[in-house]
Design a protein around this ligand. Structure first.
Ligand code: F6P
Length: 301
């Protein structure tokens, strides 16, 4: 029997989202189902904003970054009657099922709606941070690691030419996956991550030892969630109550500290949203497409 399936993307955008939308829509259309795009994450189900997802709309999506559906960090459980609005919009739009593509927040809402209201939803895990349980890799991560690795390669040339310490701050929330993978791939000299918070003095000692050995430049990669002693507590929170880690300025604080302790000229680069943008890597395109097949099995057997 033909079904009407909604698709939404929530949370931070991520390379590979469009590849999932494409795979989901292609397979559903092939099987005679109708696919409807929900605009801007859960906000689209609160406000009732949809768009068609037919063969024309999904054409040429595989290499495209971002999400054609738009996204937001809307949490319906934080809005007055938000969850009820989601349920009534869903029913009013005559949807039979929803594919929610997102990270822990978007999928947390999906799981709660399912638990409390038997909401027919299947989740597709997504995040550049690679910080989700029950899956080894999330699409978007590989692309982000490529981007950060390329940045490290480029920073090397300036570091060498100017005899500087170059600090690169990367994303990852409370995990250091992006920092570790790109740091190893790019040959960083020091990698600072939240899970294994080595002391700043230890990092400076490593840098000094390099210089004593005649290497008068160093590359330091720091994950945005690294806890640097004395760093002011950032109070800015998103709709899910998470601290906006990129605003804490850990990279700049670290750069100042390294320069003060070692006396070596230090520069800081905060890569920010550059690492979330652009075309997905081949691996992410494949993973995003495969993720959909797992969902397809859950839906169609
Ligand atoms: O979860 C993905 C992520 O890019 C994190 O690495 C980062 O802390 C956060 O999103 C940034 O969020 P926003 O785009 O809302 O600034």
């Amino acid at each position: 029997m033909s079904k009407r399936v909604g698709v939404l993307t929530g949370g931070g955008d991520c390379p590979g989202l469009n590849a999932v939308i494409r795979a989901a829509a292609r397979r559903s259309l092939d099987r005679g189902h109708e696919v409807v795009g929900v605009r801007e994450g859960w906000r689209g189900l609160v406000d009732g904003t949809f768009e068609p997802l037919g063969a024309r709309e999904i054409s040429g999506l595989l290499p495209r970054g971002g999400t054609i559906l738009g996204t937001s960090r809307t949490n319906p459980f934080r809005l007055e009657d938000g969850a009820d609005k989601v349920l009534s919009t869903f029913e009013g739009a005559e949807l039979d099922a929803l594919i929610a593509i997102g990270g822990e927040d978007t999928l947390g809402v999906a799981a709660r709606l399912h638990r409390e209201h038997d909401f027919p939803v299947v989740g597709v895990p997504k995040t550049i941070d690679n910080d989700l349980s029950a899956t080894d890799y999330t699409f978007g991560f590989d692309t982000a690691v490529w981007t950060c690795t390329e940045a490290i390669d480029r920073l090397h040339t300036t570091a060498e030419s100017h005899n500087r310490v170059m600090v690169l701050e990367v994303m990852g929330r409370h995990t250091g996956w992006i920092a570790v993978m790109s740091g190893i791939a790019g040959g960083a000299d020091v990698i600072l991550i939240p899970e294994h918070p080595i002391d700043i003095e230890e990092a400076c000692a490593d840098i000094r030892r390099r210089h004593e050995r005649g290497k008068d430049f160093s590359i330091v990669v720091v994950s945005e969630g690294y806890e640097l002693e004395g760093l002011a507590e950032e109070k800015e929170l998103d709709e899910f109550g998470h601290v906006r880690l990129g605003q804490r300025g850990v990279g700049h604080a670290l750069g100042r500290e390294i320069e003060a302790r070692t006396g070596f000229e230090t520069r800081v680069t905060v890569l920010g949203h550059v690492q979330r943008g652009g075309s997905p890597s081949p691996r992410d395109r494949v993973l995003a497409t495969e993720d959909w097949y797992a969902v397809a099995r859950a839906f169609f057997g």
